[in-house]
Design a protein around this ligand. Sequence first.
Ligand code: PHE
Ligand code: FE
Length: 295
Amino acid sequence: MDIPRRVEHQQTDRGYVPVYATGTVEQPWASYSKTDHDVWDTLYRRQRELLPAYACQAFLDGLDAFGMGEGGIPRFDDLNEVLGKATGWRIVAVEGLLPDEVFFDHLANRRFPVSWWIRKPEQLDYLSEPDLFHDLFGHVPLLLNPVFADYMQAYGKGGMKAHAIGPEALMNLTRLYWYTVEFGLIRTDAGLRIYGAGIVSSKGESVYAIDSAAPNRIGFDLERVMNTRYRIDTYQQTYFVIDDFAQLFDATGPDFTPIYARLADSSPVAAADVLPTDTVYQRGTREGFANGADN
Ligand code: PHE
Ligand code: FE
């Protein structure tokens, strides 16, 4: 494995952190406070107890295989032992959100960037930017699933291509990430279950995404998803449902270039709308839906 060269220590607004030449940092494990570890333990326990009735089995299996709940914030090096052996992915610590091309390059090379810092105790239920709990608990368990792991890498490669094509293509691809990796649902024998990281890392949305009558739940269709706006300020108004990870991987295999061209000429679908062509599992009641612009 290539160990990045450590160039300098850097004073950031969250403390003094070793920064590598690659822009990733070293997880400053020793600098986590008791409060930080307690926040992890509290959130971990809360979601681990809730999710058996809501999350898909692959996610729950991944979580347990990592032993992320053994007390305190996990060390990335320990998780990487398990992850590397299973699917060849590895976690890298970062300060926060990355420029698109940098993020795509990480994914294309089977590196998943994880924010090293964790939210404050008063932010257990909501914060506006991804922290360690969202990134690690939400995203990393499924990287143990071989098909999902391959999908994430393919997404990274696709991201570089979309970036080169232009901002509209990038927006279409971002919507795909949003409605699958972040907010995806999957059909199982036990009913609809969650696989999206944005849902499993939120207690409120885990229950809402499965139990609420308000949102639409619609069968996954690649172009429909890539053409659908989304909300960043509320729970989702529509969730897209896959049959299994193979469906996701296979549907996204073909070259997207003609799709980007087609979508450039069509107007996007609003987050709350249901189309006559949709496979509808649940037509939402829209109760409590906020008015206002989608992304
Ligand atoms: N097949 C896509 C393309 O040609 C790449 C991709 C794969 C995008 C998987 C997203 C997910 O751009
Ligand atoms: Fe995320």
